[in-house]
Design a protein around this ligand. Sequence first.
Ligand code: ADP
Ligand code: ADP
Length: 220
Amino acid sequence: DATVEVNGLRKRFGATRALDDMTFTVRPGVVTGFVGPNGAGKSTTMRIVVGLDRPDEGSALVGGAAYRTLKRPLTHVGALLDASALQPSRTGRDHLLWLARSQGLGPRRVDEVLGLVGLGPAARRKAGGYSLGMRQRLGIAAALLGDPPVLLFDEPFNGLDPEGIVWIRGLLRSLADGGRAVLVSSHLMSELQDVAGHLIVAGRGRVVADRDVEGLIAAA
Ligand code: ADP
Ligand code: ADP
């Protein structure tokens, strides 16, 4: 079961209330957009789902289980989170080979995901020379390695050119059409409105709107 349940998350960083009862569900088979201004708590929510941050209160469950209790978490959840560190002197493909090995996967799967994200030959260049768009594609490839049923993408449109944005919308749709749960954040509604079938609008650490958008967009 690829459902993600975010339940009453609260999180403070010092005096900042980053999350204030954040609650929503991400279902398989649709792209769920997670939109809201910078600082609304989108990244913190995603980091909690993959166990990189701990909530002060509340819980985040993937298929009914907390991430840290999953046996092979990367085969359950793939995530593109902000600024995954790249070693500048290693190639993009090296990074993926290293990640693949830690998941018991081989070079064939690496070349498969590099093809999926359109980074064939470029992946053999040193990562130090990559544009933000290329780093995003590499991060997406990393998220896809273990073919997980749940995917979280934090601001994946950043740094992509118009062609890249069209490409990623197609990728998100096909991931969801394949039955995966896909959560995609953006601070821009315009980036999500043509791709999201469900929309969570966040503001000040909580959900301010949560609805299917097919009808909404058709009516607009
Ligand atoms: P969004 O992804 O919607 O832009 P974030 O989850 O990044 O929002 O941030 C929510 C709030 O929490 C912001 O006010 C941000 O500055 C603060 N915040 C997030 N992470 C940290 C941190 N590690 N230390 C201090 N404040 C943080
Ligand atoms: P070695 O020092 O023999 O290369 P490892 O390959 O285990 O040993 O790497 C040691 C550490 O360096 C890892 O824990 C990891 O953080 C980092 N690292 C090594 N290779 C890569 C890579 N291709 N991509 C990202 N991090 C790497």
